[in-house]
Design a protein around this ligand. Structure first.
Ligand code: DHB
Ligand code: MG
Length: 222
């Protein structure tokens, strides 16, 4: 068994032992794959981790940047109280339509506000609405815009807001000296931004699992 096979087998074991079978989430992945969405959803243990963080924080208002098929959205919605809300941004109308179907099937659509179009445009419009600050932000869209998304997340935050950024290690490509992939550059710029922002305390955790070797950044606003 190679490393990836082992990581996937362990993720499957975590799924069957701790998380339990979840036909709604399984259907969400199946519907998303059949509709041709890329297989970029978080893994089940990662999704549950987001749900638990939201429960620990007692978050009521969540901002998600990068909806895709709504897989992570379902976990996060499950972490919310009945009157909680998620605003979620998606570039592709086709993906948003698939996600809406999945969120209806999961029984959480009443807690989710889907906005279609370039996320930077949606964020600018959202800010014009002067929303209550978000308690929790999950950034999981095009990686080259990570610094821009993080800047918006800060504008829409309050002291105590948690910001999670997915896919910040990318099999270690983040430390390859000659790497000029825009997603790597975007994430390095994000790290420089975090380092020079005094009211943000953050760390990055490397991860392995069914999604390979990657990592997430956890930031808390003060
Ligand atoms: C990619 C994007 C993701 O959000 C992810 O979790 C994995 C891969 C990608 O664009 O390759
Ligand atoms: Mg991701």
């Amino acid at each position: 068994m190679n490393s990836q096979e082992l990581w996937t087998t362990v993720d499957d074991y975590i799924g069957s032992s701790i998380l339990g079978k979840d036909p709604i989430l399984e259907t969400t992945l199946k519907v998303s794959a059949e509709a041709g969405l890329p297989p970029f959803a978080v893994s089940p243990p990662q999704g549950k981790f987001l749900q638990l963080l939201i429960q620990i924080q007692g978050a009521k208002n969540i901002l998600e940047i990068g909806l895709l098929g709504g897989y992570s959205t379902i976990f996060m919605a499950r972490g919310l109280p009945k009157d909680g809300r998620i605003v979620t941004l998606e570039l592709e109308k086709k993906f948003a339509d698939v996600a809406r179907k999945n969120l209806v099937h999961a029984g959480v659509i009443d807690r989710v506000d889907i906005r279609v179009g370039p996320a930077l445009d949606s964020l600018s419009k959202l800010a014009d609405e002067k929303p209550s600050p978000f308690d929790f932000v999950f950034i999981d869209a095009d990686k080259q815009n990570n610094p821009n998304y993080f800047t918006w997340a800060l504008k829409l935050s309050r002291p105590g807001t948690i910001i999670i950024v997915d896919n910040v290690v990318r099999e270690g490509r983040i430390v390859e000296p000659g790497n000029t992939d825009p997603s790597v550059i975007g994430t390095r710029q994000l790290n420089e931004l975090i380092a020079r922002t005094p009211n943000v305390s953050a760390t990055t955790i490397q991860t392995v699992g069914s999604k390979g070797y990657d990592g997430f950044t956890l930031a808390v606003v003060s």
